[in-house]
Ligand binder design. Structure first.
Ligand SMILES: [Zn+2]
Ligand SMILES: [Zn+2]
Length: 456
């Protein structure tokens, strides 16, 4: 009998290995303790050399990219996106979703499993992984469901799903309501590896809420989702994880009480990581006064005090990573009254620019910290954060940190345009993304000037 080869965690469409020199950019990688102007030589898709500016020798046939005044960072990793495959390709698919990721500077994304059908069997998982080999311009890892049909009852075949390549497990979109079911899943997690990523809310407390429960919901007369709907479940699940010595990842924190629960759990030795989204870090429920369904998502935008706690958590490391929770929807699912609109917003194409503009430029967050949090997202799923060092695969993003642009002015790479930042002027634009050694994105105007430099 042939032994099965271990399945790679991340899959993408094969392409040409990058051959290039990026000259004279500021190269910043906090994990490699690197912040200096350098020439970066990429050969055969690997970082071959970091040289003093002007000192690098270009490999034969390599492209020369002018980097003066630009920033090179390790490319980003998003632990939480919805690529809608299989079954909801009218919202997004692997090609459009990974194109959006590449345009946002990402070199890897983790796709959620609340699809149609959900990814609750090795057969469905195998089919989406197969499609990624033909359609994904950026490496994609797939989680599988925790429970069959996301119904919250019977567990999936977690060990088999791990063997078939699942990077972890999640019923995201829905909480795991039963503590008994989650406890059993945690017991299997310990045996099978991976991590269980949890969408935390208590359905009894959320009820039919459509926004944050607070002053604004009271004024608008809309049903609210209280912050304790999230934090009480986080407390429960951290206790269960500690008791079972299992690993969990808490998705999209939105509230101060949630940050406090995670901080307590980490101090108590729980193996827990967590994420926060650009929209929860930069917007509050005040935005919902417009009744624009573009500001409807789950968890909801919360109060300014909650937002400040998320920023502090991101700064001090209680929050490990930024996740966009990229949730594309078709226009007809959003262009309806607020209460009926679908939950969720897109995120991949502007996450860096939003956080750079709203947190880094005003001096609220160090750029180094933002880079660490935007590159860590694969770690909970066993995917190491990219590094800029010789011998490493080229996972790089080239950014013009001073470039102002308006979200949506050139359209989107995503099939969807339900962005809560549409029309905003942001500072910092991705010009090129190299993902797993392949050029995954190149901004059009920038491509022309780079080509001219090669010709000249
Ligand atoms: Zn969720
Ligand atoms: Zn989600």
């Amino acid at each position: 009998m042939m032994m099965a080869k271990p399945s790679p965690a991340l899959l993408q469409r094969p392409g040409d290995a990058a051959e290039m020199v990026i000259r004279g950019a500021r190269v910043l990688d906090p994990r490699a303790d690197l912040d200096a102007v350098r020439d970066i030589v990429v050969r055969g898709g690997e970082i071959a050399e970091l040289a003093e500016p002007g000192a690098a020798e270009a490999p034969a046939g390599a492209e020369s990219v002018g980097g003066v005044g630009l920033l090179v960072l390790p490319a980003f990793v998003d632990p939480h996106v919805h690529l809608r495959v299989p079954g909801q390709e009218h919202k997004e698919d692997l090609e459009t979703g990974t194109r959006a990721a590449a345009a946002g500077g990402y070199c890897a994304v983790i796709a959620m499993a609340n699809t149609e059908p959900p990814i609750d069997s090795a057969a469905v998982l195998g089919s989406v992984r197969e499609r990624a080999l033909f359609e994904a311009s950026v490496p994609v890892g797939f989680v599988a469901n925790v429970t069959q049909g996301m119904a919250g009852g019977e567990l999936t075949e977690m060990a088999e799903l791990r063997e078939a390549g699942a990077v972890g497990f999640s019923d995201d979109g829905l909480p795991i309501r039963s503590a008994r079911v989650l406890r059993r899943a945690l017991q299997y997690q310990r045996l099978s590896g991976g991590v269980i990523a949890l969408h935390e809310e208590d359905p009894d407390l959320s009820g039919d809420g459509v926004m944050h429960e607070g002053e604004v919901s009271a004024v608008l007369g809309l049903a609210g989702v209280p912050a304790v709907s999230e934090s009480t479940m986080i407390a429960r699940d951290c206790s269960l994880a500690l008791y079972e010595r299992a690993r969990i990842h808490i998705q999209h924190l939105s509230a101060r009480a949630s940050v406090e629960e995670v901080a307590r759990a980490k101090a108590a030795g729980v193996e827990v990581t967590c994420e926060a989204s650009p929209h929860h870090l930069t917007l509050t429920d005040e935005a919902v006064r417009s009744l624009d369904a573009g500001f409807k998502m789950n968890p909801p935008l919360r109060s300014e005090d909650d937002r400040q706690a998320l920023i502090e958590g991101l700064r001090d490391g209680t929050i490990d990573c930024v996740a966009t929770d990229h949730a594309p929807h078709a226009p007809e699912e959003k262009e309806v009254p607020f209460e009926q609109a679908a939950m969720g917003v897109t995120g991949l194409e502007k996450a860096f620019a939003v956080l750079h503009t709203e947190l880094v430029l005003p001096g609220v967050l160090e750029l180094e910290t933002l880079v660490e949090r935007m590159t860590f997202g694969g770690e909970p799923f066993g995917i190491p954060a990219p590094r800029i060092e010789p011998g490493a695969p080229a996972n790089l993003v080239l950014i013009d940190p001073a470039k102002e642009w308006v979200v949506g002015e050139d359209g989107y790479e995503s099939r969807a345009f339900n962005s809560c930042f549409a029309g905003r002027t942001l500072t910092g634009r991705v010009l090129m993304t190299v993902a797993a050694g392949q050029v995954a994105y190149r901004r059009r105007s920038f491509a022309i000037s780079a080509a001219a430099e090669v010709a000249g």
